[in-house]
Write a protein that binds this ligand. Sequence first.
Ligand SMILES: NC(=O)c1ccc[n+]([C@@H]2O[C@H](COP(=O)([O-])OP(=O)(O)OC[C@H]3O[C@@H](n4cnc5c(N)ncnc54)[C@H](OP(=O)(O)O)[C@@H]3O)[C@@H](O)[C@H]2O)c1
Length: 200
Amino acid sequence: MPKECFCTKIFQIIKILVNNVGLAYESADMLHKVDLQINADIVIVNTVGVSVLTAAVLPQMVKRNAGIIINISSGTAYMKIPYLSIYSSTKAYINHFTNILRAEYSNTNIVIQTICPFYVKTNMSKVEESFFSLIPKNFVRSALKTVGIIDETTGCIQHQIQAAAFGLPQFIQDFLMKFQTKVFAKKAAAFQREKAAKMK
Ligand SMILES: NC(=O)c1ccc[n+]([C@@H]2O[C@H](COP(=O)([O-])OP(=O)(O)OC[C@H]3O[C@@H](n4cnc5c(N)ncnc54)[C@H](OP(=O)(O)O)[C@@H]3O)[C@@H](O)[C@H]2O)c1
């Protein structure tokens, strides 16, 4: 019998687990231009924690037949966006993983939800507040209203409007994707120039 440590005791009392941890690039870029360590860190931080912590809290949730697990993914999980290859793929992993768990535990009262936000004004996104880029407090307030009601959501009406773009005809989606890729390409070039200048 393994010894009980602080962690195992904590796992036994968690009633609500929000897997919010996430790491993104300093600047979106082509895969070969991103530092290898950063690529590795993004895979590890974005997938290992959510998988292992979820597995760790489930035994007592199953026993109690109650609990809430919320996995924070991203709108990028829905898109195959150039310049975000690893980040976007790790978020697709979270969606896939959470969908499977929801089916696996469907005969329990455990709520297992995926939230896939678009831009929220945080250190990670570095975007300014706007109609579509909410501040965290407003985003969280909106997202929490969906817990236990919607299995997978962007979390707020503003992002739901953005997600509606995926229902548009393919040629419009392709156009939007090309536009977004150009924006990332420009930003990536500026970031590389800045990095090169700092190294001089
Ligand atoms: N902001 C957006 O526009 C946006 C859009 C879609 C999805 N998301 C997702 O939302 C979640 C929250 O992100 P955020 O925007 O709030 O970004 P953030 O402010 O950078 O927060 C990221 C969180 O992850 C933690 N973290 C990062 N690297 C870690 C590591 N190596 N070990 C332990 N903890 C680590 C941070 O902990 P510390 O505070 O201790 O550093 C922080 O709590 C992420 O999963 C992100 O992918 C964000």
